[in-house]
Design a protein around this ligand. Structure first.
Ligand SMILES: [Zn+2]
Length: 76
C-alpha cells in the first residue's frame, strides 16, 4: 500500500521539473501539474511539475529527493 509522503506547499526553485531518484536507481520527473509519473518498479511516484512537489512512495527509504525546494512565504 502506497503512502502519501508529501503534498505540502513546496515549490521547486529551479526548472528541472522536480526530479526524484527511486530506490531502483531510476530518476523520474513530473513535467507539469497533472503529469503523474510512476517509476517502472512501482516504488514511488511524482506529481505536481513545477507548481508543487508531490511524492507517493512505499516509504522514505524508497526514494531520494533531488529537487531543490524553497518555502514560499506569502508576505502580503
Ligand atoms: Zn523504481
Amino acid at each position: 500500500m502506497k503512502i502519501l509522503l508529501s503534498c505540502s506547499i513546496k515549490y521547486p526553485s529551479h526548472r528541472t521539473a522536480s526530479p526524484l531518484s527511486c530506490c531502483s536507481g531510476k530518476v523520474i520527473q513530473s513535467k507539469s501539474v497533472h503529469d503523474f509519473k510512476t517509476c517502472s518498479c512501482g516504488a514511488c511516484s511524482v506529481n505536481g511539475g513545477l507548481e508543487y512537489l508531490r511524492r507517493v512512495a512505499d516509504g522514505e527509504e524508497s526514494y531520494a529527493e533531488l529537487s531543490i525546494t524553497e518555502e514560499i512565504t506569502d508576505t502580503k
